[in-house]
Design a protein around this ligand. Structure first.
Ligand SMILES: [Zn+2]
Length: 290
């Protein structure tokens, strides 16, 4: 088995479906690989299967799609997880081909959007191309259920530490501000109310299921709070500092940060449990040895 056969198999699964966004991602990236715009290589630094693939720009500026030996060795015709992982990376490569600048800046809002989009494409691929043909792995089931039931909220928090609903709320505020629909003071007001709402929702110690959503919403809130403050303060650090000392913004953001810190071990334990379960599921049940 060589890697291009896996890509061909992905191609034949995709040619039997009809979701345009996924077909478009596949054909553009497949073409770029065949044109040598992207090199596909095995990387000895990658070990397991679930994290067995990534995209990286090499020293001479060329995009590489890298995979682990285990990824290649464990692939077989009945395996859907390999294809799911591959379409996720294809989605990143597609974004890279379309917008290199945005892709290369991880602090950029676009970068978060691209990660969310890759996971969303992966979910649609699982649901519309794989679910009725393969015995899905537990991880794929989880991704698909989150797509069907909660707009990708739990799975995005789990895999990308981003709450999509919180992230898009900030983007919406940003849009209102840029379009002059709301002014600076109205944004402060909205942020304060959102902070209260978040703290209020998890007043009681969250149960195990709420824990993940709390972590996602809180860390996304903290991350994009400073982003939006910089935006409305014309990127002036002094102005942002002043905004942050507004009593309610300072108080809520500190409170949220301390809850995040206090629960850090619980969050990590809970998240690691999923990865452990998924990797075990793949190793013991799902991959049929040749
Ligand atoms: Zn990704």
């Amino acid at each position: 088995m060589n890697f291009s056969e896996i890509i061909d198999n992905l191609g034949s699964v995709i040619n039997n479906g009809d979701k345009d966004n996924i077909i478009q991602v596949f054909s553009a990236v497949d073409k770029a690989i065949k044109n040598n715009q992207i090199d596909v290589l095995m990387d000895d630094n990658l070990h397991n299967l679930l994290n067995g693939m990534c995209c990286k720009i090499n020293d001479s500026g060329k995009m590489n799609l890298l995979y682990s030996k285990k990824f290649l060795e464990t692939y077989n015709q009945n395996s859907s997880i390999h294809l799911s992982i591959l379409i996720h990376e294809f989605s990143h490569l597609f974004d890279y081909l379309n917008s290199r600048k945005a892709y290369m800046d991880p602090s950029n809002i676009m970068f978060t959007l691209m990660e969310l989009r890759a996971l969303h494409n992966e979910a649609e691929f699982i649901k519309y191309f794989l679910a009725d043909k393969f015995k899905l792995s537990e991880m794929e089931e989880f991704i698909m259920q989150s797509y069907e039931n909660d707009d990708m909220e739990t799975v995005s928090v789990l895999l990308q530490n981003t709450s999509p609903s919180m992230f898009f709320w900030f983007l919406e505020m940003e849009g209102y501000f840029m379009d002059k629909i709301v002014n600076k003071d109205a944004i402060f007001q909205k942020i304060k109310l959102m902070g209260y709402e978040l703290l209020d929702r998890y007043k009681k110690a969250p149960n195990i299921n709420e824990l993940l959503i709390q972590k996602g919403k809180y860390s996304t809130f903290i991350k994009y709070l400073s982003h939006i403050l910089y935006l409305i303060c014309n990127n002036s650090e002094d102005e942002v500092k002043k905004c942050l000392t507004q009593p309610d913004i300072e108080k809520t953001s500190k409170e949220i940060e301390s809850i995040l810190q206090a629960n850090n071990d619980r969050y990590n334990l809970y998240i690691n449990m999923f990865f452990f379960k998924w990797e075990q599921d793949i190793n013991t049940r799902y991959i049929v040895s040749e």
